[in-house]
Ligand binder design. Structure first.
Ligand code: F6P
Length: 376
C-alpha cells in the first residue's frame, strides 16, 4: 500500500499502566490500516527537543500489550515552551520545525496527562498537527470519563485495602491507606468504595477530625472493632494545608504530595485509644501490568487516535464519554483538572452505604438520572 503518512509518537509525564498498550495500538493500526511509517520519540518531549527519535516497526509494537512502563521512556520535566535544559528558553519553534521540516512528520500522537496535553495544545497552535490520548492513574483529565491507567491503580489500591482489612480485624486497629491522585480524589473514592473503606478522605471535601474520631469510636465499641480509612494524598483538614512531600524545582508541576496519612495518624492519636497503622501505596499504583479494562481502553484509544490521524482531525484528544469513544478539542483539556464534584453519583453511593467522607453534614442523595453513570 503506497502512503506518505509519517507519524511520531511520544509518551509524556509520569508513567502509567497501559502506555505500551496504546503505543502498540497506535503503531500497529497506523501501519496495518493506514500504511504509515511510525517514529517514537524517546523520553517524551525531551526526545523531541534533543532529537532522539527511532523508527517503530510492527515487530517493535509486538509483545508489549501487558507490559508496564513505556518502551519509549518518558520525562515529566521537559517542556519545549520553558526548557530547563536551556535556562527556561522557548524552543517550541525549533521543535515544530524539526518535526515538520526535518522528520517530515504529518502528525504526532501525544500520550499524556494534563501537562502533556497543555504542551500538545501549544505545539498544535504553532502548526504541529497533534492527536492526544488521555493517560494518568489520577483520572483527572477534563472531557473524558476515563483515562487509561486509572482502573489499574484502583485495582491495586483495592487489593491493598482488602489485605489490610484482615490484619486490621485481627488486631482491632485503625488502618490508614494513602493513595495517589494529586489534587483529585478519584483513586481514593473508587478504591475506597470497592474496598469497603469506613472513611474516605479526598481533596474535594476538607475533612473534620471530629467526624473521623466519631466513626472510629463508634466502630471500636461495636461488632467490627477496626476501622479502614482511605485517604487521597491531596486531602487536607478543613482550614489546613495539603502535605507536600518534596519540591522538584525543575518540574513544571514542582509539588509532590504525600504523607497526609502520618498527619492524620498524629491527629487521631490525640483522641483514640486504638492502635493506628499507616500505609502509603505510592508508586506501586503506577507500576506493572495494566488490567484487562485498561488494555481494552488503551487499544480503543490507540486505534481511534490512528484513525483520527488518517482523517486529519488534529488539535483534538481521544475521549470516552458515556461509554463511547469520541474526541474533544485539546483547548478544552489544556491547563484544567477534573475533580470529584459533590453531585457525582459515587459520592452519593458511598454515603448511602454509610461510608463517611470526613464531613459530618455532607448529605448528597442519589439522583435517578445519575444512577446509570456510576460506572461510565
Ligand atoms: O500524576 C500521576 C502521579 O502518580 C500522581 O498521582 C502523583 O502525585 C505524582 O504523579 C507523583 O509524581 P512523581 O512520579 O514525580 O513522584
Amino acid at each position: 500500500m503506497a502512503s506518505s503518512l509519517r507519524v511520531g509518537v511520544l509518551t509524556g509525564g509520569g508513567d502509567c499502566p497501559g502506555l505500551n498498550a496504546v503505543i502498540r495500538a497506535v503503531t500497529k493500526s497506523l501501519i496495518l490500516q493506514h500504511g504509515a511509517e511510525v517514529f517514537g520519540f524517546e523520553e517524551g518531549y525531551l526526545g523531541m527537543i534533543e532529537r532522539r527519535v527511532r523508527p517503530l516497526a510492527y515487530r517493535d509494537a509486538s509483545g508489549i500489550l501487558n507490559a508496564g512502563g513505556t518502551i519509549l521512556g518518558t520525562s515529566n520535566k521537559a517542556n519545549p515552551f520553558d526548557f530547563y535544559g536551556r535556562d527556561g528558553a522557548d524552543v517550541s519553534a525549533e521543535v515544530v520545525s524539526y518535526c515538520i521540516e526535518e522528520l517530515k512528520l504529518d502528525a504526532v500522537v501525544v500520550i499524556g496527562g494534563d501537562g502533556s496535553m497543555s504542551i500538545a495544545h501549544g505545539l498544535n497552535e504553532h502548526g504541529l498537527p497533534i492527536v492526544g490520548v488521555p493517560k494518568t492513574i489520577d483520572n483527572d483529565l477534563m472531557e473524558t470519563d476515563r483515562t487509561f491507567g486509572f482502573d489499574t491503580a484502583v485495582n491495586i489500591a483495592t487489593e491493598a485495602l482488602d489485605r489490610l482489612q484482615t490484619t486490621a480485624q485481627s488486631h482491632q486497629r485503625v488502618m490508614i491507606v494513602e493513595t495517589m491522585g494529586r489534587y483529585a480524589g478519584w483513586i481514593a473514592l473508587y478504591a475506597g468504595v470497592a474496598g469497603g473503606a469506613d472513611v474516605i478522605l479526598i481533596p474535594e471535601f476538607p475533612y473534620e477530625i471530629e467526624e473521623i474520631v466519631s466513626v472510629c469510636k463508634t466502630r471500636a465499641q461495636g461488632k467490627q472493632r477496626f476501622t479502614i480509612i482511605a485517604v487521597a494524598e491531596g486531602a487536607a483538614p478543613k482550614g489546613g494545608d495539603r502535605v507536600v512531600q518534596q519540591i522538584i524545582e525543575d518540574s513544571p508541576d514542582p509539588l509532590r504530595l504525600g504523607g497526609v496519612c502520618k498527619v492524620l495518624e498524629a491527629q487521631l492519636k490525640q483522641h483514640l485509644g486504638s492502635e493506628i497503622r499507616t500505609t502509603i501505596l505510592g508508586h506501586t499504583q503506577r507500576g506493572g501490568s495494566p488490567t484487562p479494562y485498561d488494555r481494552v481502553l488503551a487499544t480503543g484509544y490507540g486505534t481511534y487516535a490512528a484513525a483520527m490521524v488518517a482523517d486529519g482531525q488534529f488539535g483534538r484528544m481521544v475521549a470516552l464519554q458515556d461509554n463511547r469513544l469520541t474526541s474533544v478539542p485539546l483547548s478544552a483539556v489544556a491547563n484544567k483538572v477534573k475533580t470529584v464534584s459533590p453531585s457525582h453519583p459515587m459520592v452519593a453511593a458511598a454515603l448511602a452505604v454509610g461510608t463517611s467522607l470526613g464531613v459530618p453534614d455532607l448529605d448528597v442523595r442519589l439522583q435517578g438520572d445519575q444512577r446509570s453513570s456510576i460506572v461510565s
